[in-house]
Design a protein around this ligand. Structure first.
Ligand code: MN
Length: 353
């Protein structure tokens, strides 16, 4: 299938799922999630070989979810492999997230067994987000999805899919609770990492993330060193590169966009590149923020942010990606102007400009 066809299929599946969900009442939806959490715990309780996967370009919520569950299962004697979606079998995970892997459960995609008993897909909005590991979804005896993306069409045998959850780690915490797992500082740090980053430092969401954070701190999580490693540590050379990127940012109506050129993407870690959008989105004039990251000469990964009036997940889905209403993204071939034009068109289609 071409990327365009895949994008059309993804849109159709997302629309089907939205219609399906619209027919359910809030109580029905909550009950369906409760049941899925129980089924997931039952499956994991009886499992002996479990593969836990984060998505491509894994973030703290996806790998934190996979590692928290992985550590808990490993301690119960389960054979555990934690990995992540990737384009290449030898891709390494982000350096800062490796720090969460205290027990050495994290493996390159090349080392993931081809015939797992159970696969758990964490924070994975779409099975294509598993890259070369997407085939494990069908190869496994049972696949469990644990995710909170509204754009997720749903896949797998057990679907713990709850867009009300501010982070996937919140759903993982519910599964751990049913498995009677004691949250210690190691598991707690994995959960806290996903919770703090997906809520943008507890700015987004209700009281739930704050309550869980309190519980994790009580369990011994050392917040300051954890968050310093995760979000507040960049090489000195990054400051100059960042200065240039910010100086090149453009304000166009209420859309602000900035570009991270290929040379910069290749010279710095994903941690640096992914941090750009959080600075660009602070422009007070910007309703929508776009950061274009050039990952090959004619290929771009794009981060979208919204202040709330615009659903950028709809834009991302239309362009072959996915995400949340206020934070979404996609990857697409073309030139920079073409990608920007496609974003403007899609924003227009969603009735806005
Ligand atoms: Mn997430």
């Amino acid at each position: 299938m071409t990327t365009e066809q895949e994008a059309r299929w993804a849109r159709a599946r997302a629309a089907d799922r939205a219609r399906e969900l619209a027919r359910l009442t809030a109580a029905d939806r909550a009950r369906a999630v409760d049941e899925a959490v129980e089924t997931a715990a039952d499956v994991l309780d009886g499992a002996t070989r479990v593969v836990l996967l984060g998505h491509v370009n894994p973030d703290a919520d996806s790998l934190g979810s996979a590692l928290a569950l992985g550590v808990a299962l490993h301690r119960r004697g389960v054979q555990v492999v934690v990995s992540y979606g990737a384009a290449e079998p030898d891709e390494l995970p982000p350096e800062t997230l490796r720090a969460l892997d205290v027990e050495g459960l994290l493996h390159r995609p090349a080392d993931v067994p081809v015939d797992p008993e159970v696969v758990v897909c964490c924070d994975t909005a779409d099975r294509r987000r598993l890259g070369i590991l997407a085939d494990r979804v069908d190869a496994a005896e049972t696949t469990i999805l644990v995710d909170h993306h509204a754009s997720n069409p749903g896949f797998g045998d057990v679907q713990v899919l709850d867009p009300r959850a501010e982070a996937t780690v919140i759903l993982v915490h519910r599964i751990l609770d049913l498995l009677d797992v004691d949250i210690d500082p190691v598991i707690g740090a994995c959960l806290y990492a996903g919770l703090a980053t997906d809520t943008v430092g507890f700015r987004i969401g209700g009281p739930g993330p704050h309550r869980l954070a309190a519980e994790l701190v009580e369990a011994g999580v050392q917040v300051e060193p954890l968050m310093r490693t995760l979000v507040d540590s960049h090489p000195f050379a990054w400051l100059a590169a960042l200065g240039e990127i910010l100086a090149g940012a453009t304000l166009d109506g209420d859309l602000v966009h900035a570009t991270v050129p290929l040379a910069v993407v290749e010279s710095f870690r994903p941690e640096e590149v992914e941090s750009v959008v959080d600075l660009v989105r602070t422009a007070v004039e910007a309703e929508v923020t776009v950061v274009l990251k050039q990952i090959a000469r004619t290929r771009w990964t794009v981060s979208l942010r919204s202040r709330g009036a615009v659903d950028v997940a709809a834009v991302a889905v239309a362009l072959g990606g996915g995400g949340h209403p206020r934070a979404a993204g996609f990857t697409r071939d073309g030139d920079r102007e073409g990608i920007l034009a496609a974003i403007r068109t899609s924003l227009g289609d969603s009735g806005r400009r």
